[in-house]
Design a protein around this ligand. Sequence first.
Ligand code: NAD
Length: 372
Amino acid sequence: MLPLRPSPSLSRRGFLARTSTGLAAAAASRMLPRSLNAAAEPRRIGIVLAGLGNYSTRELLPAIQESQHLKLVGVVTGSADKGVAWAREHGFPERNVWSYADMARMADAPEAELVYVVTPNSLHAEHSIAALRAGKHVICEKPMAISVAECDQMMAAATAANRSLTMGYRLHFDPYHQELIRRAQAGTDGPYLAMSGGFGFTMGRKVWRAERALAGGGPLMDVGIYALHEACLAAQADPVALTARERPKKRPDLFVDVEEALDWTMEFANGARADLFTSYADNMNRFRAEGARGWIELEPAYSYRGLKARTHEGPLTYPVVRQQTLHLDALAVALRQGTPVPAPATLGRRDMVIIEGIYESARTGRRVTLRY
Ligand code: NAD
């Protein structure tokens, strides 16, 4: 029986336990010499990439190739030719090239144990549920889906299949973010009561990320989610209420049915606040958390590499890591050992409750109380 969490709500204790377990697993996996790891985990977990776009090709494929506990054993793609090319290049059988409509047939491939869903946001629920029903564990990219109702359906499918459903929240495995989490848990700077920052970039041309049908929303679904997730990590809690405001569009032709930029403020039960921002019209990649005794600031905060951070005591410097490799290896170890999985679906659902609250507040102009 896998450590699935039946309740969609996320207690602080449960969150801390899962986060620290995931981090401990990552640290343990880094500390063990390769030979010992191999002895403890004789067979690699077979992973399937569903969606062979930019993130899969440029970041996840190299991460899997570097991992100690995973092996690419198949792909799900809309292009059979591309799938066959991947099979030849990466040494898995051509029968393990599935189409999206064909995902049920993955049940016939026991070597495929874990499916990584890396398709546009509005397809995450459909593809995750198809993989779970085929008996596979799933790691899903952010955002988990495009509504809380979809998140609930995904979690119900995971429970029914007795399979694990987790999120690709790679920053849990970045050393700068681990330091932020460590300080927050230890109360090094006092509880973080004032948080700020955001994530945005200038979108040059219309892509699926700016279409409601595929993206579910605008920059909030795509990159703003990082800032709200980070604030919850720093606060070590889930927000209880929020207010949000959509900025006037500078390019309404590009952002027809999604927001172009949003500001929002999240309130926590202990009085902490997070003032955050997301945009497809402005560049920002920053997070700051302040407590009574000190502060930490990350900028760039959410990138794959090249993060920088400083505290009131000076700059922090950590080695460059591949976040995704550490994350995937920790997930593989947890799945093998039956221990709590990193970045469980409860976190993805929690973030979707917040996202729905932000859109509701921006639409109505009212303060929204959050219920998980
Ligand atoms: P992309 O456009 O490069 O790739 C999307 C893939 O989905 C393509 O292979 C495309 O063919 C496939 N697809 C399947 N059905 C489709 C359909 N109906 N319409 C369009 N494409 C379809 O996108 P990406 O940048 O790889 O993003 C994919 C997912 O990964 C998104 O959910 C995104 O939020 C997430 N992502 C996460 C990170 C991260 O750091 N965690 C980074 C980038 C992307």
